[in-house]
Design a protein around this ligand. Sequence first.
Ligand code: BGC
Length: 245
Amino acid sequence: MHILGIDIGGSGIKGAPVDIETGAMLTERFRLPTPQPSRPEDVADVVTQVIEHFNWHGPVGITFPAIVKEGVVYSAANVDSGWIGADARALFERKSGCPITVVNDADAAGIAEMTFGAGKGHRGVVIMLTFGTGIGSALFVNGYLVPNTELGHLELRGKDAERRASDRARQEKDLSWEKWAERVDEYLGMVEYLFSPDLFIIGGGVSKKAERFVPLLSTRAQIVTAALLNDAGIVGAAMAAKPAE
Ligand code: BGC
């Protein structure tokens, strides 16, 4: 089955049709810049342009970087605060005319990694963490997702953890990989203390540089790097939109 996957990020809104049985994208991805400020109506217009680019009329799965339940957004750490309480699914459906599923961005990436990537075949407790503008999390128990875990907002040294240990914090504070790895290690230590995962999957843009920091991490749980890199959001969004049988 083919479903259009769209990944809404801080800088770009990217989409491609996905074969959800194989996880393969069927075309090159199409990307437009995320409008700034990222207000609901403006974002929905760009999402609609991506859908129209593919001349798509079927189901669409869309990631969003916030808590999402039944299509409604409940937080806005790194997006315009106008999203809080917005029914993203209804808005995207009204603009595009397509049936829409909206899912948290890290949950989507985790779904894709657990099925086709670094988490494939892993049982037990698996935590995927995406390090980017924020820190996203996806928690799996024997392959089942516990959605909207928001572990990037655990408190670390009196601060939101993503303010200390996201990739944005590394860049803004111009931290060396060693210094940043210390912060990530402290953060992972806290997550490990609370959840005792069997496996961590490290994703987000920074996973391309995994060799610079993953060897410096000291968790008891095994750590692997995401395999699908940039495509995980698009593929996971499409998978989350599979109509119920
Ligand atoms: C948001 C999460 C999101 C993560 C990664 C956090 O600030 O609260 O919902 O998954 O950033 O984008």
